[in-house]
Each structure stands twice: as C-alpha cells, then as structure tokens.
Design a binder for this molecule. Structure first.
Ligand SMILES: [Zn+2]
Length: 338
C-alpha cells in the first residue's frame, strides 16, 4: 500500500517531520563534517533515534532517515568498505523503524492518528559533494552516471525495510529523471520526489518547476511531488505552479529561510516567519497535502502543524484526487507500515 495515500484518505494533510541535523546539533552533536548527519550514524546513533521519537511525539506522520548524506562513496572516503557502508546506510532505516515501533506500541499515542511510516532519505549527488551544489545542480554528469551513483544506496534502503523513498533536495531535472528511471528497477517501491528551488517558479538549476513535474507525472511509483529546503517565502507560489502540472499530492517542507554557506558549513540570516507552523496553514490552503519542515525547523514547528491538521477545523482540500489506480499500483516492496 502507498503509505501517503493511506494517510491522505483519512486526514486533511500528512505531517512530515522537521530538521534532523539542526536537532542533532542542539543536542551537542558536532556536524561540521562533509558527512553531516551521517557522521552521527557512526558515532551517536541513539541520538538520531531520540530525534525521530521526538518528531513522532510532536505529531509527524513520517520520519525521514539520516541517510541524506550517507553514501557508499562518501563512507569510502572515511575508509569504510562497501559492506560497512551499506550496513550504516541500513542502520539509518532501522533506527527510524525502532523509534516508530516504540512510539506506536503505546496505545495512547494512536488516538486520532495513522501509523507513521519511515521515509528513507535519498539525498542528491550534490549532498555527497558537500559543496552546496544541491542548491545549484550543474554537476556535469550523465543520467546513467547519476543512476549508478544512486543505485547502491537506494537498494540498501529498500532492503532495510523503508516504507518509502524520500528523494529530496533535488536541484536539477536530470537527477530527478535518473531517479525516476532507477525506480523502475525496484517496481514495488513508492517514492516522493522533492526539488530545491531558487525562486517562485524555478528549481535550483533554473528549469521551470512545472515543466519538471510534467516530466515525472506518468511515473506511478512517484506518490507525491514537491519542494523542500527552500525559503518559505517562495512556497505558496511554487504550490500554485505545481497544481497546474500534476494530479499527484503536493508536498512542501521548506527550510526556515536562513541560507546555507557551504564554505563555512553553516547557516546565515534569520528565519523568514515568526511562526513557521502557523505560516504552513497558507501552504495547505494553496493546495499542499504533505507539509513539514527542512533545515533549521524544530519539533515545536511540527507540533504546531500537527495541531492544526488534527484540530478538526481543516477542510479536506480539493487536492484530494489521486486516482485510485495509481494508489493501487504503488505498493512498497518492504513491509508496509500498517
Ligand atoms: Zn534542508
């Protein structure tokens, strides 16, 4: 079963979680490293599990795993062989599954909720480069080279039991197309594809967002499509652009609006909105059905989103029109979450 459709059948919106790295840093983890949160998989896995648990408590319907920057090639640079790298990538899924299962084992956590699912993060090639190019694209790689880069991690995440692949912060159309093509090698897997954007209409490398969506529209394994790690000020416009181009549910999980400086490995500026979680109601009104936060957002932001989603005052938006045949053909290869 497509875990997105299962939740959207019952609820006006699906609540995505918030930043992982920001929370790890707040808990004392040192992420000044090209492996970023993947470094903590090696050193402090229990802290990752605790952050997932806190997002479930805050109201998230899914956990995005700590595999964004975890790749076989990245770990090889740290002297890990392929087998060790695959084991660490799979550990990111196992930590999220454990946190989810412990959360769901407590019946008091189930009231008014659907069972959360585990979305395995598939970060872009640019995240492996760790030079900020996930916000630029322009890698100079072919579609085949990008498929070869993504294949081993994707296979590892699926085999570890992820419910869905969260292909995120994709800066360029060629990488989205490479991933879409690669999905066909895993025909029972469901994914979402999420781009990073540079303004109200264009993804990071410069292609028109609506045109990119149209290229992916016929891939039935893609269960939702949207934008993440982009300033919240562009999000309402980007949702309107997406609505013109797709019948799939639209997802948004922007960052706080601060900007990432790859040379310093740090964030500059200030959040765009005083209350990210309150602002998110506008994105729902504009037509987004999956809503959460990316970098610099917190469990408190997610708690605010979950509280208005589950308040009973939110109308099921007209965006609820994913064709049933599409839902039925998008079944996770791994054990379903329910
Ligand atoms: Zn982000």
């Amino acid at each position: 079963m497509n875990p997105i459709a299962s939740i959207l059948d019952l609820h006006p919106a699906l609540v995505i979680d918030g930043a992982l790295a920001t929370e790890l840093e707040r808990r004392g983890c040192d992420l000044k490293d090209s492996l970023w949160s993947a470094k903590i998989l090696l050193e402090q896995p229990d802290v990752i599990k605790q952050v997932h648990a806190d997002y479930f408590k805050a109201g998230a319907d899914c956990a995005i795993t700590a595999s964004y920057q975890a790749t076989v090639e990245g770990f090889a640079k740290r002297g890990l062989n392929e087998k060790e790298a695959i084991a660490l990538i799979q550990k990111s899924v196992k930590l999220a599954i454990e946190a989810r299962d412990e959360f769901w084992a407590d019946e008091s956590n189930r009231i008014g909720r659907s069972k959360p699912f585990v979305a395995a993060s598939v970060g872009p090639y640019g995240a492996f480069l760790a030079d900020g190019s996930e916000y630029r694209g322009d890698y100079g790689l072919t579609e085949k080279e990008l498929m070869d880069f993504h294949r081993p991690r994707m296979r590892a995440l699926i085999e570890a039991g992820a419910d869905l692949l969260a292909c995120e912060t994709i800066p360029c159309l060629i990488e989205a197309q490479a991933i879409a093509k690669l999905l066909k090698e895993f025909p029972n897997v469901t994914a979402w594809i999420s781009f990073s954007a540079r303004d109200e209409k264009h993804i990071s490398e410069g292609q028109v967002f609506a045109d990119c969506i149209k290229q992916l529209e016929n891939n039935n394994q893609i269960a939702a499509i949207g934008i993440n790690c982009t300033s919240p000020k562009y999000i309402s416009s980007l949702i309107r652009e997406a609505k013109k181009a797709t019948n799939k549910p639209i997802l948004v999980y922007p960052n706080s609006g601060e900007t990432y400086d790859a040379t310093k490995n740090d964030w500059d500026g200030n959040p765009v909105y005083e209350s990210f979680g309150e602002q998110a109601t506008e994105w729902h009104k504009a037509g987004a059905r999956l809503i959460g936060g990316c970098c610099r957002t917190t469990p408190e932001d997610i708690r605010v989103i979950a509280s208005w989603v589950r308040s009973g005052n939110v109308i099921l938006s007209e965006a609820k029109n994913l064709p049933h045949d599409e839902r039925d053909s998008s079944v996770a290869e791994s054990a379903p979450s329910e």
